[in-house]
Design a binder for this molecule. Structure first.
Ligand SMILES: Cc1cc2nc3c(=O)[nH]c(=O)nc-3n(C[C@H](O)[C@H](O)[C@H](O)COP(=O)(O)O)c2cc1C
Ligand code: SF4
Length: 414
């Protein structure tokens, strides 16, 4: 059994439209327990659990929670359910199967930090999840788990849903804040960070769907017990969106420390038609591309940080021997050309130049000088872009230059 179901343990068992069915499966026990604790004790448990955010950057959850708890009113909590990164579908599946756990996690955090208002920002294309989350909010209000005077404890927390409109960058926290304020989704210069100046310049905490869904489990099992799952540097489980040329595509939950190879071969049943693997892209379009011989690497924040990668999203995209790396890189780079918000030059102009260079090399018209230009430009975009989009979009180029250099030399003219 390489799966370990914590977040997904209720999937298929609870009716996502029925709060009573959630309550039957231990639903809201964590909130009831949390309300008997002092707010700082809750953040202490989160710290002991060592949980890191599941939305990409892997930032320790307790640091943001404590910063918000220490901030003045008004302050906000936001659940990031934008999930625009290609290859990821875990947040949609949580919302469609166990929506109450997300809400329960948000209410626990609201109590711990003193926030009275929150938003769930959902990707616009996720119409089914939007409908379910709206009903979940209403059901929770009707039963006294949300709204005014929650469970008669004199504590208020109100939630609103906001939806995206097809933009990828709006998943980045400052772009999301701008969008919640009713402006176009464009990032801001950091610092100050959202927990200092977020929505309407007031302190704001943003966590991913999967991060919030973990909080009730941390409260119920206790931070120390939670920290026993996974590895010392990456505790808990990770939802993996497995896709591409693999027999059993789907969502799997494994403890951190599981190898990529085990996910592909033991859970995904290997490559379709038993072809061999040419490459695997981790995290999504902004993640690294690695060769087959690296598949024994463990899923772990520290290991993935070697690639400046977004482990937290947990996508594994398998690409078999039939594919040319340049076609995959061009799909990624055209996506970023389309999604750049245009605010800063390295990202706005740079992605188009990268596409031109890749096309030139792919069609055997590129020279060694073009290869050097590609490498230099990728580093410039990564180092000088204003927000996380441009800072991470080059990961697939940079990793391919490291691990698939022969593919470049095979095409370059001398
Ligand atoms: C371009 C871009 C897109 C992002 N999209 C998402 C997203 O769809 N969902 C998400 O949770 N985080 C996304 N992030 C990361 C968020 O900015 C933020 O770090 C995250 O929501 C924090 O939650 P966590 O601490 O629980 O991981 C994105 C970041 C960037 C740079
Ligand atoms: S890096 Fe790209 S998406 Fe981010 S602010 Fe600059 S232009 Fe916009």
């Amino acid at each position: 059994m390489i799966q370990q179901k914590v977040i997904s343990k209720r999937f298929g068992k609870v009716d996502p439209l029925s709060i009573d069915s959630y309550i039957k499966f231990d639903g809201y026990n964590a909130l009831e327990k949390a309300l008997t604790m002092h707010p700082t004790q809750i953040i202490d448990e989160i710290e002991k659990s060592k949980i890191r955010g599941r939305g990409g950057a892997g930032f320790p959850a307790h640091i943001k929670a404590r910063a918000l708890a220490n901030a003045k009113q008004p302050k906000y909590i936001v659940c990031n359910a934008d999930e625009g990164e290609p290859g990821n579908f875990k947040d949609r599946i949580i919302m469609e199967n166990d929506p109450f756990s997300i809400l329960e996690g948000m209410v626990i955090l609201a109590y711990a930090t003193g926030a009275k208002k929150g938003y769930i920002y959902i990707r616009g294309e996720y119409q089914n999840a939007i409908k379910i989350m709206k009903m979940t909010i209403q059901n929770a209000i009707d039963k006294g788990y949300l709204g005014e005077n929650i469970l008669n404890k004199g504590f208020d927390f109100n939630l609103e849903i906001r939806t995206g409109a097809g933009s990828y960058v709006v998943g980045e926290e400052f772009s999301m804040i701008e969008s919640i304020e009713g402006k176009p989704g464009r990032s801001r210069v950091k610092p100050p960070y959202p927990t200092d100046k977020g929505i309407h310049d007031k302190p704001t905490l943003i966590n991913n769907v999967e991060t919030f869904a973990n909080f009730p489990h941390i409260i119920l099992m206790g931070g120390d017990n939670y920290a026993k799952i996974g590895t010392p540097s990456s505790t808990g489980t990770k939802l993996i969106s497995l896709s591409g040329n693999v027999k059993n595509k789907g969502l799997y939950e494994v403890p951190f420390g599981t190898s990529i190879r085990d996910v592909i071969f033991k859970l995904g049943d290997g490559v379709s038609y038993n072809r061999s693997i040419k490459m695997v892209q981790l995290g999504g379009a902004s993640g690294p591309i690695i060769p087959e011989y690296m598949l024994d690497m463990a899923i772990d924040f520290e290991r993935f940080e070697n690639f400046d990668s977004k482990t937290g999203t947990g996508a594994i995209i398998v690409i078999d021997e039939r594919f040319d790396i340049f076609d995959i890189l061009l799909i990624n780079m055209n996506f970023f050309v389309h999604q750049s918000c245009g605010k800063c030059a390295p990202c706005r102009e740079g992605h188009t130049q990268i596409v031109n260079l890749l096309n030139k090399i792919k069609n055997h018209r590129g020279t060694e000088q073009d290869l050097m230009s590609l490498e230099n430009l990728a580093n410039v975009i990564q180092q000088t872009s204003l927000c996380g989009l441009g800072q991470t979009s080059m990961t697939s180029i940079i990793s391919s230059l490291r691990y698939f250099r022969d593919d470049y030399f095979a095409k370059v003219r001398y």
